[in-house]
Design a protein around this ligand. Structure first.
Ligand code: APR
Ligand code: PHB
Length: 393
């Protein structure tokens, strides 16, 4: 089989790339290890930066997002029984975020791409990427138990942290940065009205908590837990009781609880691979970088990588330009490291790190400073709404 761009992974990165290329008449084939139902069933975050929203509109998959998404002007930080609101809209001169589940976004992208005749091969795991330092890269994959080969001009490794694309690169050609946190997030999804109109990030001596939502009737909550904790250890009531303890009384009093639709534990890590391009192989999204979900940057960084990669490939096929392909990795990494820094800072401020009392004093002092400094809140707002996609022209 032959195509122009071979894409491994039908997550947000791979799907958005295929869609943007398709709209410019550039052919691609997506190889996805899982089934369509599995991919569409994954519970993931859903806070979209303006840049991501604009890209989804450009990809002409925004109709349901614009109809059902919730625009948020602000976010609250809770600590010491009180909370301070970061008025992002005012502090950034009008920028906001849109709450729309990644699961919904993925479904919209899959439907639009297949309706337009796009090719997505499900249950077709890629085994390896070869010859990507030559002019004819190949992806070997399995389909119906048989080994197949896809030759292409370019390979986009959008196969996440555990994928094969990055692993196909020789160890001496890639530099990996990693930080693993000693705790995780226990999350619950419930058909209950959110405790507040906007998100609440809570710092508490018992650990972090987050109050989020998917709609006005479906909520998503998280509490910091030990890495070796198990979902089986938590009844719904135990979760709700712990959440109530960690959020200020004015929110705890009005928390509506209900049975879980889903409960899971997510580990926290920061990870970056440098560079993000190896000849004809381009890494994008979680294949190249992962960060703690504090600040909801994972999905938005996948989108910004695709902002750059789609432009570079469109310039190559449209104007025979290779210069943007050459600048892809640097352009992405400049934005990636800023998001990694913000996620690390926000995680350090809001989570419980061991029992050293000075940690907590420092966190509370910084939160009190934030509550009283417009300049400090502006810095948070700028990063939370998303730093601009710097042009790499
Ligand atoms: N062959 C084919 N597909 C693969 C392979 C493989 N060998 N390995 C992994 N995949 C698929 C996975 O099944 C998954 O569907 O690649 C896809 C990667 O998608 P994501 O993990 O969603 O990664 P990405 O598209 O980069 O999106 C990043 O997803 O995990 C969240 O927080 C993260 O929001 C961020 C976003
Ligand atoms: C979510 O809604 O799942 C969510 C929101 C914000 C985050 C992380 C997760 O920072």
């Amino acid at each position: 089989m032959r195509t122009q761009v071979g894409i491994i992974g039908s997550g947000p990165a791979g799907l958005l790339l295929a869609r943007l290329l398709h709209l410019q008449g550039i052919e691609s084939v997506i190889l996805e290890r899982q089934s369509r139902a599995y991919v569409e069933g994954r519970i993931r975050a859903g806070v979209l930066e303006q840049g991501t929203v604009n890209l989804l509109r450009e990809a002409q998959v925004a109709e349901r997002m614009d109809r059902e998404g919730l625009i948020h002007d602000g976010v609250s930080l809770a600590f010491d029984g009180r909370s301070t609101r970061i008025d992002m809209h005012t502090l950034t001169g009008g920028s906001t975020v849109l709450v729309y589940g990644q699961t919904e976004m993925t479904r919209d992208l899959i439907q639009a791409h297949l309706d337009a005749g796009g090719v997505i091969k499900y249950e077709a795991p890629a085994v390896a990427v070869e010859d990507f330092l030559t002019s004819q890269p190949r992806i070997t994959y399995e389909e119906a138990g048989r080994r197949q080969e896809l030759t292409c001009d370019f390979v986009a490794g959008c196969d996440g942290y555990h994928g094969v694309a990055r692993k196909s690169v020789a160890a001496d050609k890639i530099r990996l940065f990693e930080k693993i946190y000693s705790f995780g997030w226990l999350g619950i999804l419930s058909d209950t009205p959110p405790v507040d109109e906007e998100l609440i990030y809570a710092n508490h001596e018992r650990g972090f908590a987050l109050c989020s939502m998917r709609s006005h009737t479906r909520s998503r909550y998280y509490v910091q837990c030990d890495l070796d904790d198990q979902v089986e250890n938590w009844t719904d009531d135990a979760f709700w009781d712990e959440l109530r303890r960690r959020i200020p009384p004015q929110f705890a009093e009005r928390l509506v609880t209900g049975p879980r639709l889903e409960m899971s534990i997510a580990p926290l890590r920061s990870f970056v691979a440098e560079p993000m391009r190896f000849g004809k192989l381009f890494l994008a999204g979680d294949a190249a970088h992962i960060m703690p979900p504090t600040g909801a940057k994972g999905l938005n960084l996948a989108a910004s990588d695709i902002f750059y990669l789609s432009q570079a490939l469109i310039a190559y096929y449209g104007q025979n330009r290779a210069d943007l392909l050459d600048r892809y990795s640097d352009a992405c990494l400049r934005r990636v490291w800023k998001a990694i820094r913000f996620s690390w800072w926000f995680t350090s401020l809001m989570h419980k790190f061991g029992d050293d009392p000075i940690n907590r004093r420092l966190q509370l002092a910084e939160l009190d400073y934030l509550a009283n400094s417009e300049a400090a809140r502006t810095a948070v707002a700028e990063n939370y709404v998303g730093l601009p996609f710097e042009s790499f022209e």
